[in-house]
Ligand binder design. Sequence first.
Ligand SMILES: Cc1ncc(COP(=O)(O)OP(=O)(O)O)c(N)n1
Ligand SMILES: Cc1ncsc1CCOP(=O)(O)O
Length: 247
Amino acid sequence: MTRLDPFYLIVDSADWIDRLVPIGVNLVQLRVKDTPEYELRCEIRRARETCRRNGCRLVVNDYWRLAIEEGCDFVHLGQEDLVEADVPAIRRAGLSLGVSTHDESELEAALAAKPDYVALGPVWPTILKQMKWAPQTPARIATWKRAVGDLPLVAIGGVTVERLPEVFANGADIAAVVTDITRNADPEARTREWIAATRGYVGTATRGTPASIVGAATPLCLPASPPQGGRSAASAGAPPAPTNERG
Ligand SMILES: Cc1ncc(COP(=O)(O)OP(=O)(O)O)c(N)n1
Ligand SMILES: Cc1ncsc1CCOP(=O)(O)O
């Protein structure tokens, strides 16, 4: 069991990971949308190598098959992804699992999958994406923490450095962030602020397998270009990938 860092950065490219992880990020999610598989595989591979070099845990959002194939050790699934995913296969491959929740029935479904963390969101309004759910409010973090007990609880949605004391005071173990960093005028400086503001909360969340023991190094991809014959070099010789790689 390793500790999950209380600062959980979520970004949409390996470029962001190259830029921010070396500053001292210990837990990062690659959340890429609407990208062809060959590019995704390259993004995951680059992200994984940067994280490996910097001792950072990499969580791959949605694409659990690619995460397994690329030797990653942590995936995040939303509720729809969870229904479609082969959770036993994820576990057999040794990956840890985080799951999104927005209401009680989703929490029940998430807990049934025996995840390594549960995420609650959006705690505050978010500008990242349209949400079907009203903001949960910080008080709801406390309700969720009572329900999940020792399981690490991630608070997500509208979280800023200034809101961190409220996030942790209500029982979250981990605060996840996108736009407070990526849309800041100085993302590097904001990342440093996040790191400083979360150090006092290190040591509460402990699920997951050490990154260092999972997956072997594989070559990085060349800059994204469509593979010959529609398959990436990494897939050549491997069994045909399912048409829908999304977890
Ligand atoms: C830590 C964390 N929490 C929640 C989410 C949202 O996941 P999901 O519900 O699958 O929505 P998308 O990210 O796919 O838009 C997350 N990615 N990470
Ligand atoms: C992906 C996601 N799921 C719940 S809230 C959210 C967005 C988080 O982004 P931000 O930190 O910018 O509000």
